[in-house]
Ligand binder design. Structure first.
Ligand code: MIG
Length: 983
């Protein structure tokens, strides 16, 4: 019921020209909690003077309990971005995101909640102007972009909506947003080098060996990471005394070869008397409480844990002082993991929403966990940052956080969490990094090579090729995987990694300059290609290329096609390709925009190797008028002297006059003196060709342009040479089965079944499993969809993964809708002893709302001695469904005996037999979105129904009776799924 409507809506000018705050009503305005996204929350509250009026006005709808819906309607042809850390395509029309920080191991393109929350949408209007909309709530918020050109937010309590613009360009919106939420803290320059991580390099020797190997092999690297196993029994702020007996001296050794060390700190503190962190935290009363006021205890790595309540200054100060002491062990940076916060062995994967935070009044006061859940990670990072500052005020803190909220770039970098080693995740890593950039977080990157599973050489090399050009560049992999260092995948891959990283280091002067701009102005470092021309609708979905300022990086995420073989859509104007004589079929292709000067450095192996006196190069593409300009920021690379003017910011220009190009310093800023250094000038001509000359930096340098005909012959020669080079170079061989079957499986392509209301993905090579079951009208992905596990599967026995069943299924029939049939697939897998498991999956032609799965265990060649007929078999249907709202779901049905049943997650595991079985239908009800997944079956075929609630998922199993089968007596279960709207 809309108790309050647009009539009551109030608005105010805030922050700066073009920025407005809207509230559902005066009362809603008063009820809204303080901002946690704003760097200075008072700026959201203080009206500004001005005469401007909002061009875009949101419509509010408030339900009786205070839940608030906001709709922003924009002109047709609007494209959506932002929404923070979210998977799926870059252009977000058609998507729905729920802001709820979640430990999302193995997420897929359809996952709706990842580790971070950004209730923020960037809209590019049809004319190229841009508008940003922030729903300033910490609560679980639905961002619904399913309806074209319409933004819908809904959250359970009052919150203001802030609109930024429309402004002329998306960069203008991002700058304006940064005036609200702040910018990225200036990263130390070393943190823009390459980082090597794994779970875990688990001894000092191993850590040093890895770093020394980088040096021996001439592969650049600046940082090595210590994952949880460095700790003594996962106790934060401790070191394992055997494997890391003397961390300080290990770090001294690392420093002596130019490498930094980053160490993990999780929020879960082992509940153990005598452990100094637990004791001092208990004494200071810093733990999050249960509703009854006692400390909440949840299980994480160390076992039973308590959790610091970072919502109070007292707790943050306590944590920061621990961090400060920790720094003295030689800690260059800190990695905050598991801070959604993740809690093991719970259905919700986190702590109860009824837990109590004793937050300070200025951030919202005492509230339950549902209020602070999404900002917990950011507040942890904030206090970690503070502790690093206290530990060494002369250094810029470096913190990496997994969980975050809009604004967390002020304290920490981030990565895109536990991705998978496959091509889909390589692809997704590009839009994810871009999306974070468009949500205020410029310093991000994926686990290069993929976290879960084993990469193949090709995948790893390609991922490094593009990963080396992400703002944050770190290789990482899970425990138990094969080695994932640049040299772990054969010579060709190693060479690609070396080239990729040397490229990054040559570009570091530019990347560092971009970060200076991002820090001072709030523009993203890696931006989508449409930033170069927001009016061009064809650029708005481009997601395999991105801009680093005027530098365009074009990658390929296709296994069988290099970037040089793909057609890249270039923005209008002049874009000239170039390389560092390092072009390679497995590396991205680089272009420089007309009118740009790109500063590049030497191919160094770590940041400390560079000095201000080093040679510098400028790569130049002249525009139509024969002009170009560029900028370079230089300083000590760490510390804060730059804020007091101790830096050198140089604006270079190039101008062509009667066939002579003059390159000079237009102006410079800062108190650093320009050193005497060589400056190499390279003017791109096209096709990779360039003319070069040397001069002295700061002085005017002249270059004579070749004649037009000379230019075309230089271009032709260069193109020819380039082509020859690409043909000669050995690309990384495409070994599809390098190390165990799993990788091969990951690289196969699922069979799509798309018809009516459903879109299914089926993987015949993994037990004929369905890994995705998307209901199109509601945009719900029901199955828990990881390619290696879960989804919909069937067993031929009562044991989990019954022995004797081949994983590989044969597709024996496939009907497509186009051929006038219903969309269906029939598969068969050998389960041994002359038996097969046959499964037909169909979307019914006469009722496209229904998916039908018809399975049977049949006898094929059962004879004397085959073992078939005497074998007891049971057909067990085993689907795993994702719980989008784990606290608001139930399994509901009417039993054969007429009783009504509602099973909630607390039930854990429960079986229904005899009269207690559902009467032919049961359903998974999501009360939050008002949808139910109805599962119909024939009770005569089903002897037992079984519910198993897991962590964020549920199994609803159907078991046949257990008996032998013959030709005449197959075992069969035919059942259906349909989605029903429930109110
Ligand atoms: O439950 O510390 O995302 O990067 O290697 C897993 C071990 C905990 C999750 C992180 C991952 C890290 C891993 N952590």
């Amino acid at each position: 019921m809309a108790a309050e409507t647009a009539r009551d809506m109030v608005w105010a000018r805030v922050l700066e020209d073009g920025v407005f705050r809207f509230d559902a009503s005066e009362a809603a305005r008063a009820a809204a909690g303080p901002s946690l996204s704003f760097a200075d929350p008072r700026r959201r509250e203080a009206p500004r003077n001005g005469a401007d009026t909002p061009a875009v006005v949101p419509a509010f709808e408030v339900a009786a309990e205070g839940a608030q819906k906001v709709v922003v309607k924009l002109p047709p042809g609007t494209s959506f971005y932002g929404t923070g850390e979210a998977s799926g395509p870059l252009e977000r029309t058609g998507k729905r995101v729920f802001t709820w920080n979640t430990d999302a191991w193995g997420f897929g393109p359809g996952t709706t909640s990842l580790y971070q929350s950004h209730p923020w949408v960037l809209a590019i209007l049809p004319d190229g102007k841009a508008l940003g909309v922030l729903a300033d709530t910490t609560r679980r918020c639905e961002i619904d972009l399913r309806q074209e050109s319409t933004i819908k937010f809904s959250a359970p309590s009052a919150y203001p909506v802030i609109t930024f613009g429309p402004f002329n360009t998306p960069a203008d919106v991002m700058m304006s947003l940064s005036h609200a939420i702040g910018t990225v803290s200036m990263p130390p320059k070393w943190s823009l080098g390459y980082h090597q991580c794994r779970w875990s390099y688990d001894s000092s020797e191993k850590v040093l060996k890895v770093v020394r190997t980088f040096r021996e092999k001439d592969i650049p690297c600046d940082v090595v990471w210590m994952d949880i196993d460095y700790m003594d029994g996962f106790r934060c702020f401790t070191f394992d005394s055997i494997r890391f007996p003397d961390p300080k001296s290990m770090v001294d050794d690392l420093h002596s070869i130019g490498c930094k060390a980053i160490w993990m700190l999780d929020p879960g503190i082992k509940k153990e008397e005598g452990y100094f962190v637990y004791d001092s935290g208990s004494k200071s009363d810093v733990w999050i409480q249960k509703a009854d006021g006692s400390p909440f205890v949840g299980e994480v790595w160390p076992g039973d844990c308590v959790f610091p309540d970072y919502t109070s200054e007292k707790t943050r100060a306590w944590w920061a002082s621990l961090v400060k002491d920790f720094i003295s062990n030689g800690v260059d940076g800190i990695w905050n993991d598991m801070n959604e916060p993740a809690v093991f062995k719970t259905t919700t994967k986190t702590m109860p929403e009824s837990n109590i935070h004793r937050g300070d009044a200025d951030i919202g006061g005492v509230q339950n966990h549902s209020y602070y859940h999404n900002v917990y990670g950011m507040l942890m990072a904030r206090s970690t940052y503070k502790g690093m500052e206290m530990g060494n005020a002369a250094k810029r803190p470096f913190v990496l956080t997994r969980a975050g909220f809009i604004g967390s770039q002020r304290y920490a970098a981030t990565w895109t969490g536990d991705n998978l080693s496959n091509w889909e995740h390589l692809h997704m890593s590009l839009p994810m990094v871009l999306q974070l950039g468009l949500s205020g977080q410029p310093l991000s990157g994926p686990d290069i090579g993929g976290f879960a599973g084993n990469a193949t050489p090709k995948l790893f090399g390609r991922w490094m090729g593009v990963g080396a050009l992400f703002p944050f560049s770190r290789g990482h992999t899970e425990t138990g995987s094969i080695d994932h260092e640049p040299w772990s995948f054969g010579e060709e891959c190693e060479e690609v990694c070396r080239l990729a990283l040397l490229r990054r280091y040559r570009l570091l002067p530019h990347i560092y300059t971009l970060f200076y701009h991002s820090h001072t102005k709030g523009i993203p470092v890696a931006a989508p290609v449409f930033f170069a021309d927001p009016q061009d609708p064809e650029l708005r979905k481009v997601e395999t290329s991105f801009l680093l300022g005027p530098l365009l990086v074009c990658a390929s995420t296709l296994p069988n096609k290099g970037a040089h073989e793909c057609a890249h859509k270039l923005p209008k104007g002049i874009w000239l390709p170039f390389d560092f004589a390092d072009s390679h079929p497995d590396l991205p292709v680089l272009y420089l925009q007309g009118g740009a000067i790109l500063p590049v450095g030497l191919p160094i192996k770590h940041v400390g190797e560079a000095s201000l006196e080093d040679d510098l190069s400028l790569i130049i593409t002249l525009n139509e008028n024969g002009k170009a300009e560029g900028v370079l920021f230089e300083d000590a690379g760490d510390g804060y002297a730059f804020t007091r003017g101790d830096y050198l910011l140089t604006y270079y220009i190039a101008e062509l006059h009667s066939s002579v190009v003059t390159v000079k310093v237009l102006k410079s800023e800062g108190s650093w003196k320009r050193p005497k250094r060589n400056l190499k000038i390279n003017i791109l001509l096209g096709g990779g060709a360039m003319i070069s000359t040397d001069g002295v930096d700061g002085e005017e340098i002249h270059l004579t342009m070749p004649s037009e005909s000379e230019v075309s012959s230089l271009v032709a020669t260069s193109e020819f040479e380039h082509k020859k080079r690409m043909e000669m170079i050995q690309p990384i061989p495409d070994i599809e089965e390098p190390s165990g079957q799993e990788d091969a499986e990951l690289s196969k392509i699922p069979v799509d079944l798309k018809s009516g209301d459903w879109f299914l993905k089926i993987v015949p090579w993994i037990g004929g499993r369905i890994i995705s079951m998307a209901h199109l009208p509601s945009d719900s992905q029901w199955l828990h969809s990881r390619i290696e596990i879960n989804g919909y599967e069937e067993y031929s026995g009562t044991e989990y993964r019954s022995a004797g069943c081949t994983e590989e299924y044969k597709v024996i029939r496939r009907y497509l809708e186009q051929s006038g049939e219903e969309e269906s697939i029939c598969m068969e897998g050998d389960i041994g002893g002359g038996l097969v498991l046959q499964r037909q999956i169909s979307i019914l032609k006469d009722n496209p709302k229904i998916v039908q799965i018809d399975s049977s265990i049949q006898a094929r060649s059962v004879g004397a001695g085959s073992g078939g007929f005497s074998r007891l078999v049971c057909l067990r249907v085993h689907p795993t469904f994702t719980l989008l709202h784990p606290t608001e779901v139930v399994v509901a049905f009417t039993a054969i005996n007429g009783s009504k049943q509602e099973i909630s997650p607390e039930a854990g595991e429960i079986a229904f037999e005899g009269d207690l079985r559902p009467n032919g239908e049961w359903m998974l009800v999501d009360k939050c979105v008002g949808l139910s997944l109805v599962n119909r079956f024939n009770p005569r075929e089903v002897s037992k129904c079984f519910v198993h609630w897991g962590t964020g998922d549920v199994n609803m199993e159907l078991w046949s009776e257990e008996r032998p089968v013959s030709n005449e007596t197959p075992l069969r279960i035919c059942h259906q799924y349909e989605v029903r709207q429930t109110s």
